[in-house]
Write a protein that binds this ligand. Structure first.
Ligand SMILES: Nc1ncnc2c1ncn2[C@@H]1O[C@H](COP(=O)(O)OP(=O)(O)OP(=O)(O)O)[C@@H](O)[C@H]1O
Ligand SMILES: [Mg+2]
Length: 227
């Protein structure tokens, strides 16, 4: 489903920094992959490239059989909306929209009828324990609530690939367990999940764990990373 070959990323806009060094990674359809590694090791950079939010400096990337590395921004935005659900580490919710409107957004871009997308948003927010918070704006929600809104927004479009950057970072145990249950269900249905986490309990729930160290991907036995 995802194939990265020799992907490197050097940030050059303001401060030069080599964030990924020749990363090779294949994620199969229906696989649940956990990515671990210390702060600053390149996890979010890798996720942004996999989620078509950023381009690698060099290397090639195939998404669902298509080499997308040199696609136009417009084409990338289209395939992103169709294929990828993204839960950002910092939520990236739109502050002027309610929780429900934020969750609906991917379906607005797909021109789904208002009633239908509203119902879908309400169902996901209920599932994530936010039925009484639908009209709240992000600034009126706790960190954990915003995180669950971001999760609902990523899931509403039924994406082939879900990329989740620390989706349980702000949650209590029951909410985190619910998120993990959802991720496992997605994989059983054939969707592909890439989870960035610092929590070894959650990493262990994945089919496979890879670790980043200073921009280099290390593959090996799950146990050595998860502890
Ligand atoms: N826009 C940027 N310009 C310059 N350097 C950057 C930029 N974004 C990230 N970096 C650097 O690239 C490296 C990787 O950053 P990244 O955000 O991918 O780390 P991370 O593994 O997600 O860390 P964390 O666990 O703290 O979220 C870091 O050293 C960071 O300082
Ligand atoms: Mg990060």
């Amino acid at each position: 489903m995802l194939v990265l070959r020799d992907i490197s990323k050097e940030y050059t806009e303001r401060i030069k920094s080599l964030a990924l060094r020749s990363v090779n990674l294949v994620v199969d359809r229906g696989e649940f992959l956990a990515v671990v590694g210390p702060s600053g090791s390149g996890k979010t950079t890798l996720m942004n490239i996999m989620g078509l939010l950023d381009r690698p400096t060099s290397g090639q990337y195939w998404l669902d059989g298509q080499e997308v590395t040199r696609w136009s921004d417009r084409r990338l935005a289209h395939i992103r909306n169709r294929s990828i659900g993204f839960v950002h580490q910092s939520f990236n919710l739109i502050p002027t929209l309610s929780a429900r409107e934020n969750v609906e957004l991917p379906l607005v871009y797909r021109q789904i009828a208002p009633q239908k997308r509203r119902r879908a948003a309400e169902q996901w927010l209920e599932r994530l324990g936010l039925s009484d918070r639908m009209a709240h704006r992000p600034g009126e929600l706790s960190g954990g609530q915003q995180q669950r809104v971001a999760m609902a927004r990523a899931l509403i479009g039924n994406p082939k690939v879900l990329l989740a950057d620390e989706p349980t970072g702000n949650l209590d145990d029951p909410s985190a367990a619910e998120i993990m249950k959802i991720l496992e269900e997605l994989c059983h249905r054939g969707q592909t999940v890439v989870l960035i986490t610092h929590d070894s309990r959650f990493a262990k729930a994945a089919d496979r764990i890879v670790a980043l160290r200073e921009g280099t991907l290390q593959c090996g036995e799950a146990e050595s990373f998860a502890n």
